[in-house]
Design a protein around this ligand. Sequence first.
Ligand SMILES: [Fe+2]
Length: 450
Amino acid sequence: MLSNKLMGRNFFGILNDLKRDFSTAACELGIDTSLLQRYIDGREEIPHELIVKASQIWPVNIRDFYVFEDDARSGALIMTNEQSERSSRVLDRGGRPYYEYRDTAMSRTSLFRPEWIKELLVVDNNDPNSEELCWNNGHFLHQFTYFIGPVNFYYEHGGKRFCVQTNTGDSMYITPYIPHTFATRKNEARELGVILALTYGVRLMGDAQQELAVLGLNSASDFLINYSDGGASGSLIRFFREQLSMPLDILAKKVGLSLKYMQSIEDGRDIIPTVDELRSVAKVLGVSVRDLMPVVSSDPVINLSYEQARRWNYPDESGLYTFVELASTPKLPYSKGLEVTVRPGETSSLKTLGHQYIYNIGESRVGLSWESSYDRQVEYEYIYPRDSVYMKPCVKHRFISDNGIGRLLVMRIGGRLSGDTQHELSLLDRSGLERVCGELVPWYNKEGKH
Ligand SMILES: [Fe+2]
């Protein structure tokens, strides 16, 4: 089985990191070396009891031994509208049906949790303090939302409640833990509003969240970078200086700035350091200037009307795709929501490093051709209206319209490899890249290497 192979390689990597050769590891685990070899080669499934034993004798977690199950081996995973309908459930709030939820395409390999949600509460006013509304408590996942029909979007921020009246094509981004709710605006057509609520995790999800839970709230708050008053660089300088246990006056002297000035920078008071000053500080601290730069801070809620959205044709002015850029925030640079119009003809291929979610928001079927990430064969499937797709990063694909003009909602997110992880990966050489994808080599050779 493939997962046995992946678990074996992962186990091999753990033994390398723990500096255990096979005979030492087998002896500590109380098994034959030949049996350990079969686990590593993926010829036999590693029993859970052995993993529990390993976690008791070595400083590793049980979850470290388990690997992702690849449910999108060909590169794409399609969920039809019929399959979505079968997942329908109506959830009550305040004693009455409030939302109908349906799952849409999602994969074990990505951090997307996208839902189709129908707003069952119909309101005849736009009052964010209306008693009819039932609010949530906010949630951990980031949320991008695409609106279909007359939907009111309500959110609470800074002790105030807001209502945004949206229509088809409008979109929003909302930061985790901001309370919000949605309702249908009363309309003559008696149409119920629908949202595509694409919730997703970024880098805090998974291992980082586990580490924070272990550290506890006090330590977690120590990690906060001061994003008020332009003090972010000061927080970052302090973090790296404390990593070195270097007194501030020594840093100031080496940089050629006064102690008072350096203190003001670190405290985030009055002074925002220049790029030249950051360059000098970075050099003394042995880091990249980039490590001392803040990300762009932005509003916790971004609303974008369809009319205001930027748009362009791809790959050029006469290209058959039109992209409309939907709501996004610069603090999540890898997350981009797009509406794509596909006109009939020979379309260009597309490829992105992002995990991709696709939903057919139009009335026409759209062909999806992609190069399988498993065997490089070209696959072809139709995405019918209200079908959805999850697509892995780096999969070359094309949208083809052979029956009217196609309209798709596309959301791309960075996943676990974006940002600093991508830099770390890129600084490995080619053989390192192969080994990080699945360890096959011991960290040293017993017979010696000269
Ligand atoms: Fe939500």
